[in-house]
Design a binder for this molecule. Sequence first.
Ligand SMILES: Nc1nc2c(ncn2[C@@H]2O[C@H](COP(=O)(O)OP(=O)(O)OP(=O)(O)O)[C@@H](O)[C@H]2O)c(=O)[nH]1
Length: 345
Amino acid sequence: MDIAALSSTKSLRRNVLKWMCLCFGFVSLFFAAFNIIVNNFALLGYLEIALSVFCAYTYYRLNTHALEVWQSVVMCIFVTFVIVLGNYLAKPINGVYVWSFALPILYYLLLGKRYGIVLSALLFVLQGAILVTKSSQLPLTTLNFSLNLAFVYISIWAISHVFEGSRALSSKRLKNLALLDPLTGAANRLSMNHYFEVELRDKSQLYLFLLDLDYFKQVNDTYGHAVGDKVLIEVATLLRVLLAKGYVFRVGGEEFALLHSFTSQNDALTMAETIRSKLNNTALDIDGLNIKVTASIGVVKYHQGDTLEKFVIKADKQLYKAKEFGRNKVYFQSSAHLNEKPQVA
Ligand SMILES: Nc1nc2c(ncn2[C@@H]2O[C@H](COP(=O)(O)OP(=O)(O)OP(=O)(O)O)[C@@H](O)[C@H]2O)c(=O)[nH]1
């Protein structure tokens, strides 16, 4: 499964921006001609031509490149500026302010809730202030008309806010469902693939610890599966705390993969040993029971050209040796680190 498929926000924003470029590109070209030739608003007309060019450029780029945040930001600011300026220059009877009703939807869809609320409020104040200064001109003389304008805008704003809030939340839930292990909350294999292949740019100092709990079957057999589950949750939490800046993935029933960059081999082995001894010396308090578990850890350093599969296979070999030679050990390449004193291989 491709993790990019889970990023519904990105593809939504990309599509919205593309359609926006098409619509605003043509509409602003039409109004540019109208404003320059008929209305004599040259400045506004030239700005609309610039907006059209920007729309064409953005549309072209979106067909060949990924969406970049600045494109959405510039588009929102540009369109807002043109509409506010149009409202300022034209008489209310021309109805330029009507375009304002479309903007909260665009702000929320393109920039999300946080910027949506700020920009919508700003636009409301700006357009409101401009219309108030023109209140002597029809049809804004009636209170009814102004109230209707304000409430339609606020309604569209509120609906956009609620819609974007729940859309973003369900998108996040869907992503978590696909990327996190439901029992321990640790990231899963799919996350590990994505992190290794896409997110991790510099792998030159990367180490993989493959950690497997020892005799975990006995924990299940002695205390029951439910307690075994809680032990796994506690272990995952402990690993996340110990490896604060690294990543913890649950890659099997009682098997975890940890990815972390270290400046030296010694640092990596010291961390692996710390994890092993911490588990060895910690009695997990599960429902009033003090349960002790140990772990065997296979450690490998990334080498140029290693695929994730190869990287894991190499770590698995070390883990196998740690198990074979007694468990509760850290193995790095060909040498064993017998308990407290890790040594460089
Ligand atoms: N409670 C619980 N147990 C699990 C889960 N996933 C796997 N297990 C158990 O983990 C145990 C793994 O057993 P084995 O593969 O024999 O390994 P082990 O007993 O840890 O022995 P070694 O790995 O050889 O030290 C099995 O009893 C599985 O049922 C889980 O999600 N929850």
